[in-house]
Design a protein around this ligand. Sequence first.
Ligand SMILES: [Fe+2]
Length: 495
Amino acid sequence: MAITINYKLKTGVHYSCFFNFYPKKMKKLILFCSCIIVFSACNQTSQEQQHKEHAHNHSHYQADVPAHKLIFPSTTPDRIIVNLTEDSAHSFAVNWRTNQEIDTAYIEIAKETHGPDFLLNNHVKRIRATTQFIKTENTRDQEPLVHAAYHSVIATNLEPETTYVYRVGSGAKNSDTWSEWFQINTPAKDTNKAFSFIYFGDAQNDVKSMWSRVIRKSYKMMPTVDFMLHAGDLINHSESDKEWGEWFYAGSFIHATVPSVMTPGNHEYDKGSNRKNLSALWKPQFTLPENGPLEELKETCYAINYQNMKLISIDAQSFINSQNSRNAQTKWLDSVLTHNHKKWTTITMHYPIYSTKKGRDNKELREMIQPLIQKHGVDLILQGHDHTYARGYASNQGLGKTVVENAGAIYAVSVSGPKMYESQNQEWMVKRGEYTQLFQIITIENNTLNYNSYTPKGTIYDSFSLVKDKHGKKTITNNKPEIGVRHRKDFVSKK
Ligand SMILES: [Fe+2]
């Protein structure tokens, strides 16, 4: 006779007893198995009680949570990212995450050397980080509660045009609680030396699966790029720790070695608050300039000096949300541009002033921001949101001439992730495109700006150069791309 006794604890662990026995021994064996069950149940109750009483200030890895490694922090730093500061030639900001066992954290920084000699003779400077404990629970996507510690440092008093090495960690000796050493360059101080940056439209969806190849290809094509710019909607659900985990995973060490700037899109604002509240993770995981016009616009509306370029982020969602924000950002932008002595000026904002499809135009931005763009001769407006591509200028009139003088500001809308919409031909567009993931490498050297838009295959989809004479008069040359316009309908029939 055979009896199998199964007992499943609430933790999911199965206990089982399997016996072959003779009837006369049955009583003893049943008694034995019953003892095991009673002991296990008591032990489980005791563990649950201890678990409840244990003061939770950290997250546990949970193998039964999908993508748990993307969500839960550990004592080893992750989500390491460098941000540009207002004064990029002399400082940079570093942010990272651990679990809450790490309540004190540091960056160590030194000038790079040919070998390990930067570790000798006190060359390494240690700076204590600002640490904040953050608790997130994205109930919208049934994600688990996450306790994390976010750390940030602004390294200051740096020398321009210098390569530094840095690592982040707990301060312990020979411990796994440190990151590897990363290299990072500071730019030249207000010179006309060449520099490059990469502009990404919305990554937003399937970021680990489908956006990773875009940022990685862009880095492969230009590993010496000076910084990366994200024009909003980096992720889809603002409070999704998993999606933010995918974004950091996709960029991995690139985020730690190439500085980034980002402007928030509508998807960085919480849908549950009717897009009124910025993601609870935006400020903990990034350190962006706080020189905007309102307290609520710190790290979303700001200005950066980068060599001979002024780079400005307008918080487009906040702009749409309130008259107060509109007035403050408009007045602030007018003031920043009035006192701007840089040769080049770029504005990034998520919502386009010229949309790629009728009915998607943003009236408030066009009425209030565009006059300032014209008044102050802004060169480049880099935008997202439309999940299509277009680039042009107000004076194009559908002509698409090769060489144009005084074309005015150039507007671009781009998309880097896989979510794709349709667009319509409009007079301002020189080139448009659908169903194409893109990144743009923009190089500025003295009086010349070169812009190339690439597919993930490294093929030039759109290209132009802009030259300024000493009076500020601009000539644009629209270069011939390597491929023609791609339409969504050529690949998918239904909407
Ligand atoms: Fe958007």
